[in-house]
Design a protein around this ligand. Sequence first.
Ligand code: CP
Length: 324
Amino acid sequence: MKQFFSVKDINSISAIVNEALALKRNPFSHEDLGKHKTLGLVFLNPSLRTRMSTQKAALQLGMQVMMMNLNQDGWALETQDGVVMNGTNVEHIREAAAVMGVYCDVLGLRSFPNLQNQEQDYSETLFNKFQQYNKKPLISLESATLHPLQSLADIITIVEHLKPGVKPKVVLSWAPHIKPLPQAVANSFSQWMCKAQEEGLIDFIITHPEGYQLKDTFIAGTTVTNNQTEALVDADFVYVKNWSSYHEYGQILPVEENWMLDQQKWQLTNQAKVMHCLPVRRDLELASELLDGKDSLVIEQAENRIWAAQVVLKQILETLNTAV
Ligand code: CP
């Protein structure tokens, strides 16, 4: 593996999940693979899980880790080309990314969308520039449009809870929120579940209110309904997540019904496992009774972020070591 931006960077979901689960059983099986290699984790936005799980994964592979909170601790970054830098931005991404590439063997970058300009966000300009100038393998720690380490952890978690001989029904269910959130987690989850569906692992369905349709390219091959009740019937896994409108970009649209998953709605399911990427706003996005209940997988998902990161780093290190 040379980079990790999306599901397109892997060959087979089953194969990478099995490799991740082997690492989970034996975390230090490749403890020398990353010896004398440095991972740089660069954050333009807050993080708990991504920061700690990716660091732990790297340490278990013998890597050294450097963190940079670029927005807080770095120089104000200019990302546009061809501008005279006579304003508040101090350092151009060309130099900043190149310098971090000199210090590190592998880089991870988190950069959320601004939710103002759909074209700019969905062209992943910042990620592309960062990769172009640093010249080292780059891992997405969540970009403007996708969160692949989260989705890999999610499918690992689902596979761990598969029942023999049963192809589960997995539902992505939109949830309310007070702020406009990126579509990245939903896009990414959908992209990975569509591939898992192609591989025959699951059946996948998305439910959201009118106006919240995701970009076509991320939902190809799946069923989408505005009828949450219909979607929840017989569900084996319900993945709860808010996102702002893609088509009315970054907007929170009026929704009359209550879309929060609670115990009453959960009764429609096949005793579904309840999932969320975290952080979650209790009793706004998801009822506490479900979060705290026996069918909640949210902490297991967060734990599996370690093995998602570790398998990705392992594959990148193997590619790097082969190239030497
Ligand atoms: N789920 C997730 O990416 O968590 P953090 O934003 O805390 O990293």
